[in-house]
Design a protein around this ligand. Structure first.
Ligand code: SF4
Length: 430
């Protein structure tokens, strides 16, 4: 089968989107491509930012490729599935331009994983894949009957058919990815790197997927939930390919980059630097030293609240005191040039305490952000505590709650956020 895999040309005007707006490698589509090609299918992989194409231009390329199936992601890469933009405006824009010329249309991403029916309706696609998508996309290309393919949602004779819950991929042996060299050269961005000069192209890599914790605000119930480690030899094969293509920085998109001696020791002598997100309470000082020696230049560590009660209310299951967490962050900073403690706005963390703690850490070279408000993503435990299982209005409900609760929004949200219905009614192509 001829299959098009599309990461649309994103824009986030008036969105509450928290994620980074630079171009990143669309890993979910990269894995899909590898599995499809291994099975003998022909693949057209397009990325709006990395190909420098508009949604209309990509739609023309897909139509000209005469595909049997078009797969479109509703969030800009796996890295941002947990903090996706709520609106489906941009995928809609691509599909409007495609205008029925893409064969069977399939949406993958966090929206359809949690709320398949409204995602089908809003986008008008033939199928939605729930959960991690690469293995399901490969099965669809094989022609497996829809009723026998897990984790799908579609309409048949006006009724919603859901073939199963969200899919968790095996993941551990997903093949080493290689990317078009011109894409890598269009990717100077070193994700979450601050304070040191980026030299050479950057890339994103996955060493593990999921997380053994269930923090109340973390939107991963329906994808990337259960913790799995990718085989070290495959990760190194992928990184060596990136280095050979000129890449000098990789960002491990893992939900939680856990201490891993074999991988870190293998990175020590490789000419590549990297960034991670993790929990500092899970790292012993000796492993932090190895992390720095291996080339880590950026750590983003979720501390969230400055009180043990606050962290407990978020189900962090953190066994360290706030002072010990600060000590561990400061230790990391000895060998890693940028260390950030993430804070979120939690009732009980008074402004004076937060200010004093941030100043203490800053004096030791550790950055702690101004606490940001929480968005109750439908895939998070917080959503389910507030409203139960997500229904067809889940995203609208979360959005209304968020806009109503916070007058002051995160630094990275530049313009006045709009209600979801207004955002999705607008089309940025007009
Ligand atoms: S530790 Fe991080 S990735 Fe894991 S559940 Fe908590 S916030 Fe999510």
């Amino acid at each position: 089968m001829r299959v098009a895999l599309v990461n649309p040309a994103w824009s986030f005007d008036h969105s509450i989107y928290f994620g980074c707006r630079e171009a990143h490698l669309p890993l979910e589509l990269g894995y899909s491509k590898a599995l499809l090609e291994r099975a003998g299918h022909e693949v057209l992989l397009l990325d709006g930012a990395l190909d420098g194409l508009s949604n209309a231009e990509m739609a023309e390329r897909v139509a000209a490729f005469a595909v049997g199936m078009t797969v479109l992601t509703t969030a800009p890469t796996y890295l941002f599935w947990r903090c996706a933009q709520p609106e489906l405006r941009v995928p809609k824009e691509f599909l409007a331009a495609l205008d029925g010329r893409g064969g069977r249309t399939v949406a993958v991403g966090p929206h359809g994983s949690t709320t398949p029916a409204p995602t089908l309706s809003k986008l008008g696609v033939d199928l939605v894949v729930r959960g991690e998508c690469e293995e399901i996309v490969a099965r669809l290309a094989e022609g497996t009957a829809l009723d026998e393919t897990p984790a799908l949602a579609f309409y048949r004779e006006g009724g919603l058919v859901v073939t199963g819950g969200p899919h968790a991929a095996r993941f551990t042996d997903l093949p080493a990815l290689s990317w078009p060299v011109d894409w890598l050269h269009r990717h100077p961005h070193h994700h979450h790197r601050y304070g040191t000069e980026p030299a050479g192209p950057g890339a994103e890599v996955e060493a593990s997927r999921g997380c053994p914790y269930s923090c109340s605000f973390c939107a991963k119930i329906d994808f990337r939930d259960q913790y799995r480690r990718r085989d070290t030899a495959i990760i190194l094969e992928e990184i060596d390919g990136l280095i050979a293509a000129g890449v000098r920085y990789v960002y491990f998109i893992d939900e939680i980059f856990l201490p891993r001696r074999d991988l870190l020791e293998a990175l020590v002598d490789r000419p590549v630097e990297f960034g991670v997100q993790t929990r500092i309470d899970l790292w012993k000082p000796e492993m932090l030293d190895l992390l720095g020696a291996a080339g880590c230049v950026s750590i983003e560590a979720g501390v969230e609240s400055l009180t043990e009660e606050g962290r407990a209310s978020l189900d962090k299951k953190c066994r360290m005191s706030t002072d010990d967490l600060a000590g561990r962050l400061i230790h990391a900073r000895r060998s890693v040039p940028f260390v950030q403690a993430n804070l979120i706005a939690v009732a009980g963390d008074d402004a004076g305490m937060v200010k004093a703690w941030r100043e203490k850490l800053l004096a030791a070279g550790v950055w702690a952000n101004d606490p940001v408000p929480l968005y109750p993503y439908p895939a998070s435990p917080d959503y389910r505590r507030l409203w139960g299982e997500p229904d067809d209005r889940a995203w609208e409900r979360a959005h209304e709650h968020y806009l109503g609760q916070f007058a002051r929004l995160s630094d990275i949200q530049e313009d006045e956020p709009l209600p979801l219905t207004e955002l999705e009614a607008a089309c940025s192509c007009r």
